[in-house]
Design a protein around this ligand. Sequence first.
Ligand SMILES: [Zn+2]
Length: 164
Amino acid sequence: MALPNRVYVPSAVEANGEVIGMGCFSSQATAMNVLRDHLKRSHQVALERASIAAWEVDVVGIDAVTVLSEYECRTCPVCHRTTFWIDLERFKAHCYGASCGAWVEESSVEADVINCGWPPTQFSEQVDSVENAMQALRRIAARAEAAGVAVTDPVFQVDDNVDG
Ligand SMILES: [Zn+2]
């Protein structure tokens, strides 16, 4: 079997600066899946940044690497876990926390149109700035909490209870 001449490398940086390697893969899709799996657990291991890079095999120096995407970790406006990851290239954020999935995304067709949503309640809204999107998500979370639905309830975290 021929070796690929390009490999995809997901990695994440812990809050203490330590880099977590996750392996290298022959397809970008696999690298993304491996990374996503890690991002789900960023409330258990404090992560600050993450990225996917493509490396050319047998090429020396910085020409060998291309950073394909970079992500930064924030606190989720809905579930308050540190599982809200922002794609820095084009504003696109998604909460990888179990049962949350809150998201904010720039419209790809219209300027100054930001979409946001929270799948468990089928909530979605169109606003004109990222700040307003974050506020809309905070509002819907507060409303859910006021209605007795605790968004941080352990029942929402069933999926990543690795010990149980
Ligand atoms: Zn969340």
